[in-house]
Design a protein around this ligand. Structure first.
Ligand SMILES: [Zn+2]
Ligand SMILES: [Zn+2]
Ligand SMILES: [Zn+2]
Length: 214
């Protein structure tokens, strides 16, 4: 796609400003909950004449322009107006229409399932190779600040709401393990009544007195 594409959208008056995007569809004066837009203008929905274009208001008129980060060279992440040519796996360039399994999203487009599987296998092998260099010592996995897979030593982030004791499997190596959330005992003390001080006790009791003395 030509990054300089600029096609006038004659259906849309230039003074319209309320436009939102839903996938490739551009919606002007979008209704909300079945009610017309508060500006009173009619809702109009248009799909671009070519995949990868979206509507942009330029100098008081609406135009279809290229939104493909690859064509435009903007390096924009998570671009959602990718053109047909660039709608391919970022690693093997398989076109999205040729995929047989759901791909994985990626800031630079998507990763097809076979490529993702291959990447995962490499990551697993690398992780396991690193651990294999030293002997396994279960103490390396006790009372750690982070949850570390005891097979491949990959650190697994646990949200605080997921704390607890449970069986887990590692996304990196597929190994099963048991997680125990350990708690540290700490103590807090606060004074009951008035705080005892050297000065205060002398004033109050007239010096030290042993009960047996009296
Ligand atoms: Zn493109
Ligand atoms: Zn691929
Ligand atoms: Zn692991």
């Amino acid at each position: 796609m030509d990054k300089n594409t600029k096609i006038l959208i004659s259906e849309i008056p230039g003074e319209w400003t309320e436009r939102l995007r839903s996938g490739k569809t551009n919606i002007w004066n979008a209704c909300s909950h079945g009610r017309p837009h508060v500006n009173g203008l009619p809702e109009v929905r248009l799909d671009p004449p070519e995949v990868g274009l979206y509507a942009e208001s330029i100098d008081g008129a609406w135009y279809w322009v290229s939104g493909c980060a690859k064509c435009n060279g903007t390096g924009e992440k998570w671009s959602y107006s990718v053109c047909d040519k660039h709608n391919v796996c970022r690693l093997c360039s398989t076109h999205r229409s040729k995929l047989t399994e759901t791909p994985w999203g990626h800031p630079e487009g998507f990763t097809c399932k076979p490529c993702q599987d291959a990447e995962d296998a490499v990551e697993k092998a690398e992780a396991l190779a690193k651990v294999a260099e030293r002997d396994y010592d279960e103490w390396d996995y006790r009372l750690q600040d982070e949850c570390k897979c005891p097979h491949c030593a990959t650190v697994i982030h646990i949200e605080s709401e997921d704390y607890g004791d449970k069986n887990m499997s590692c996304d990196t190596c597929g190994g099963e393990f048991e997680l125990v959330t350990e708690y540290t005992v700490q103590f807090t003390t606060t004074v009951i009544g008035e705080r005892i001080t050297a000065l205060g006790s002398r004033r109050g009791q007239g010096g030290h007195q042993h009960p047996q003395d009296g």
